[in-house]
Design a protein around this ligand. Structure first.
Ligand code: ZN
Length: 466
């Protein structure tokens, strides 16, 4: 009873529960069908996501130097210091005879939206930006209908939790309950058949053809925003992979790939800027999710002369994890250089799916292999290979390299015709020694300096040929 009273008193607290698979409705902006116990208290969640008055909220396309950065490995206390944000302090899964219940503890109520996705089956919980203050490793194991879950910023002003489910589920209910600790936000999931899931969504609608209306999630930059290339300095776009809702690979002691690559990315930015020879931009300078298309689009927008995507690998086979380590440099190719490289690209290309973007928005990762070679300008491909040569030579003298460190595969983020691009796997998070190094400032600095030297050498060579 207290729940209802709490909700009724407090207008900012509302849970909107939509029927399974309403992602198509959501994207098209059509009215979503409302169900669940609190329909009468529901209001549109969008106003609650309006920009806050914090000064550090910037559009992604502003110069990196103007972005207020968050450092990786911040302590939880620092992260939650922003008192204007609702804090998520606990996440729990429980199972009773009828349902799996996912609960998060919030410092206060908020407006959320819950929906399901198929291919693979997932439940997505969207909220305004919140401060996730959950212990390391949270979500890595599941219970009942939930295999595991992720959480993090999905975009400016939007926090997200994605639950990977064991099969098709229905959202049986969602509610916020006031407790002495704050507010418990519970989502109840029950198992259903594939056919029932299809019925709830329309099997066809679960996989709609992207329409003109559904597309603009990835918006083209306004030409007015286009930053004139005022200096003759080469533009380097640094792209720390993953971020926000997508943690990337998880290390042996729960270090996250998204934090490692942001740390190296920021260090690389600083070294390159200090040289005074480059105009440096970053796709992200904080812990936020960006789709792969968005990263490519930002590279184009900034008129990159070189695009460097930073990642860290991991092998799931514990038997070989101790033997496999070191950095690798990847360039784009329709045919992968080896099976391991092919798998790597598949894993990295899944970033959008992990973040809860439906597969129909993903523009078909499977198409990538067949079309990218036709699209690639030969010259750009050659420059990418040339930079990869210079980079591997430079890294070799400073950091440990994998066996056969120069590889190629169909990475979506490297699908760029305008700029040479490489993807660096900095090491293996599944390897104890690599992970230990990745935690250290000295290693980040060393890697950043090596990459920066390679960038310097590469452009010196190119300019000398002009
Ligand atoms: Zn990655």
């Amino acid at each position: 009873m207290r729940t209802i009273g709490f909700l009724a008193m407090c207008t900012v607290v509302a849970v909107m529960v939509t029927s399974p698979g309403t992602v198509s409705n959501l994207l098209l902006g059509a009215a979503t069908e409302l169900r669940g116990p609190f329909n009468d208290q529901t209001h549109d969640w969008r106003p609650a996501l309006a920009r806050g008055d914090r000064a550090d909220r910037h559009a992604e396309l502003i110069p990196a130097e103007d972005v207020v950065t968050t450092r990786p490995w911040e302590t939880v206390a620092e992260v939650i210091a922003d008192a204007s944000l609702v804090r998520v302090s606990k996440a729990n899964l429980s199972q009773d005879a009828a349902a799996t219940v996912f609960t998060i503890t919030l410092s206060q109520g908020l407006t959320a939206e819950v929906f399901t996705l198929s291919n693979p089956y997932r439940v997505v919980i969207d909220m305004p930006e919140v401060a996730f203050a959950l212990p390391d490793g949270t979500g890595r194991s599941g219970r009942g209908l939930v295999r595991e879950f992720r959480y993090g910023l999905f975009s400016e002003d939007k926090g997200r939790v994605v639950l990977d489910t064991t099969g098709p589920v229905r959202i049986d209910g969602a509610r916020m309950v006031a407790t002495s600790r704050g507010v418990d936000f519970e989502v109840r999931l029950v198992t259903i058949s594939d056919a029932e899931f299809g019925k709830g969504t329309g099997a066809g609608r679960a996989q709609p053809k992207p329409t003109a209306k559904a597309k603009p999630r990835i918006t083209a930059p306004d030409p007015k925003d286009r930053l004139a290339k005022i200096s003759a300095k080469p533009v380097i776009v640094i792209d720390p992979g993953h971020g926000g809702i997508d943690p990337g690979a998880v290390g042996v002691s729960n270090l996250l790939e998204k934090d490692v690559v942001l740390g190296v990315g920021l260090a690389l930015r600083d070294v390159l800027k200090r040289s005074g020879n480059f105009d440096v931009r970053m796709t992200r300078a904080r812990d936020i999710f960006l789709s792969l298309d968005r990263r490519v689009e930002m590279s184009r927008h900034h008129e990159a002369d070189l695009f460097v995507s930073l990642h860290a690998d991991s092998v799931s086979d514990k038997g070989v994890a101790s033997a496999i380590r070191g950095a690798s440099v990847y360039t784009l190719s329709g045919r992968a250089s080896d099976e391991q490289a092919r798998k790597m690209a598949e894993k990295e290309n899944a970033s959008d799916l992990l973040a809860g973007i439906s597969s129909d928005e993903d523009q078909g990762a499977s198409d990538v292999r067949s079309i990218l070679i036709d699209l690639m300008q030969r010259e750009t491909a050659n420059f990418s290979t040339e930079f990869s040569n210079v980079l591997v030579r430079q890294l070799r003298s400073n950091v440990s390299l994998s066996r056969g460190p120069q590889r190629s595969a169909a990475f979506k983020v490297l699908k760029q015709t305008h700029a040479p691009s490489v993807l660096i796997e900095l090491g293996y998070m599944s390897n104890t020694e690599d992970e230990r190094l990745m935690r250290t400032r000295a290693w980040r600095q060393k890697v950043a300096t090596s990459i920066a030297k390679a960038v310097g050498n590469y452009f010196r060579k190119r300019q000398a040929r002009r």
